[in-house]
Design a protein around this ligand. Structure first.
Ligand code: GLA
Length: 408
């Protein structure tokens, strides 16, 4: 009899425990379902992946870093301005989490081209422009000390390039040079930059953005090439073909050459069309997708889908300027973290199944206070005056199981 009572009590206890556990699970699901987007959702939410699981304390991800998590998949990059090297809190966090870096502005033509030297050096400088490299010294030293590979951004761009580069006497407003002279200046510039980088910092630059933002179908020529650009106006629609030809000529063996652009999903056909002859000539390796996104971006369609299209067409892919704008609310940061998770998860999956030939994901800045989109809080860290704090977005990029991989 006693034994029967003990058995009944035991079965009852187990049954009660099961009920408690089941109701806990429901509560978690319900909590997750209450997440509602505040930042202009475009579609009904559809979970694309497994639901979140509660965060353990301490979170084991805090013992890990981005570059270690993705070491077998792709590099993790960050854009850095010179002003940040003075902060130990920042440089230590970067060295721990990133193995690729881009100069935010310091390697663009308006910093590398020595326009005064070009003017005073005439006539010798007429087809041999003067260049200077002071702006990148600090960053290259930092990269060297910490074993960080450098993606060089950018050789040719319609912006942040002095107008004087295109004129007879290197002065703004003067008559433009001929196509022939401009091609000589272009070749000389590319040769001088690549030669200097390789001689001074051997093996450190692993890829170049040869041309940035040359496709703009809205205001472009019939092929969608941006027509309002001095490169287009002075050299002509084939200026990119020459840029990549020269870049290949002077790039060290194994260094990749990229075309880089924004909103690639909306103009992938035009991009592929203008790059076709360059690819056929063997003068380009990859396409950089900038990816300045928001919480209403469909990452699956705009990022993952486009990366697959470019891979299929024979290009390597990089995400080169990632940031995801949101609102300054808990909900906004929650959705931002989900977007980061969907992106990193989707790209990693594509890398592993061979549908995305991704080489690096670069975030465009380290913390919100130094972002060019600072009022949209788009990055992985925030800064409280003396210390870096990881945002939920960082945990999203780490694919924290406590963050759902959701698309809105
Ligand atoms: C473009 C450029 C970057 C940077 C951003 C704005 O995306 O490619 O170099 O200038 O604009 O910060």
């Amino acid at each position: 009899m006693k034994r029967l009572i003990r058995t009944v009590l035991f079965v009852g206890f187990v049954f009660a425990m099961l009920l408690v556990l089941a109701s806990c699970g429901k509560k978690d699901d319900a909590k997750n379902e209450t997440v509602t987007p505040t930042a202009a959702p475009t579609e009904t939410p559809t979970p694309t992946e497994v639901p979140a699981t509660p965060t353990p304390t301490p979170n084991p991800l805090d013992e890990m870093t981005l570059k270690d998590l993705y070491k077998d998949d792709f590099k993790i990059g960050v854009a850095i301005p010179n002003s940040l090297y003075a902060s130990k809190a920042v440089t230590e966090e970067i060295a721990a989490n990133f193995n690729s870096m881009t100069f935010e502005n310091e390697s663009k033509p308006d910093q590398i081209l020595d326009i005064k030297g070009c003017q005073s050096g005439l006539p010798d400088t007429y087809t041999e422009p003067k260049v200077k490299f002071d702006s990148i010294k600090r960053g290259m030293e930092y990269a060297k000390e910490n074993g960080i590979a450098v993606r060089f951004h950018t050789l040719l761009w319609y912006q942040q390039t002095p107008e004087g580069f295109f004129t007879e006497d290197y002065q703004k407003g003067s008559p433009k040079v001929s196509r022939e002279v401009m091609l000589k200046r272009m070749e000389s510039y590319i040769r001088q930059v690549m030669t200097y980088m390789e001689e001074t910092y051997p093996g450190m630059v692993y890829c170049y953005d040869v041309v940035n933002e040359a496709v703009n179908p809205g205001e472009g020529d019939p092929d969608g090439l941006r027509a309002k650009s001095f490169w287009y106006e002075v050299v002509g629609p084939d200026f990119m073909n020459y840029a990549f030809e020269y870049a290949r000529k002077y790039a060290p063996e194994g260094v990749d050459l990229y075309y880089n652009d924004y909103n690639c999903y909306s103009k992938s056909n035009q991009i592929l069309k203008v790059l076709e002859p360059i690819l056929a000539a063997g003068n380009i390796d990859g396409i950089g997708m900038q990816c300045h996104l928001s919480t209403s971006t469909s990452v699956a369609r705009e990022v993952i889908g486009t990366a697959k299209t470019f891979t299929k067409a024979g290009f390597k892919v990089q995400i080169t300027e990632l940031d995801i704008g949101t609102t300054n609310t808990d909900n906004g940061f929650e959705i931002q973290a989900m977007k980061y998770k969907v992106l990193f998860q989707g790209v990693q999956k594509g890398k592993r199944d061979g549908s995305i030939d991704i080489d690096c994901i670069t975030v465009w800045g380290i913390h919100d206070s130094v972002s060019w989109r600072g009022d949209e809080y788009p990055l992985l860290y925030k800064w409280n005056g003396y210390k870096m704090t990881k945002k939920k977005a960082w945990y999203g990029a780490m694919q924290d199981p406590a963050i759902r991989a959701m698309e809105f």
